[in-house]
Design a protein around this ligand. Structure first.
Ligand SMILES: [Zn+2]
Length: 97
């Protein structure tokens, strides 16, 4: 992996995987459309180049869809549980990575 060196005053600091945890928090807000435009762009940029976070984003979106559906359809509780497990797996991978 080669990181681009962008000459600039204070751009943010080292994000060597550590940044992912921050982004994962933002992804939740991102899905709820509760982010500032600047943050939205940052998250989108990160999702473009970070596969684990993108997968987490997809899963979060799936959970939201399942939850929304279960509200109207009373889906079996096992389904949401299973999706949660998947998310946890991805989170562990990200933490380990
Ligand atoms: Zn990431």
């Amino acid at each position: 992996m080669s990181s681009q060196t962008v000459p600039g005053p204070s751009a943010g600091g080292a994000e060597d995987g550590d940044g992912c945890a921050e982004y994962l928090e933002r992804i939740v807000y991102f899905l709820d459309n509760e982010l500032d435009q600047a943050d939205v762009q940052q998250v989108q940029l990160h999702l473009d180049e970070c596969a684990p976070c993108l997968r987490k984003y997809d899963l979060e979106r799936t959970v939201k869809a399942v939850v929304a559906r279960s509200c109207s359809e009373a889906a079996p509780s096992g389904l949401a549980e299973r999706v949660r497990m998947q998310i946890r797996t991805v989170q562990v991978q990200i933490t380990d990575g």
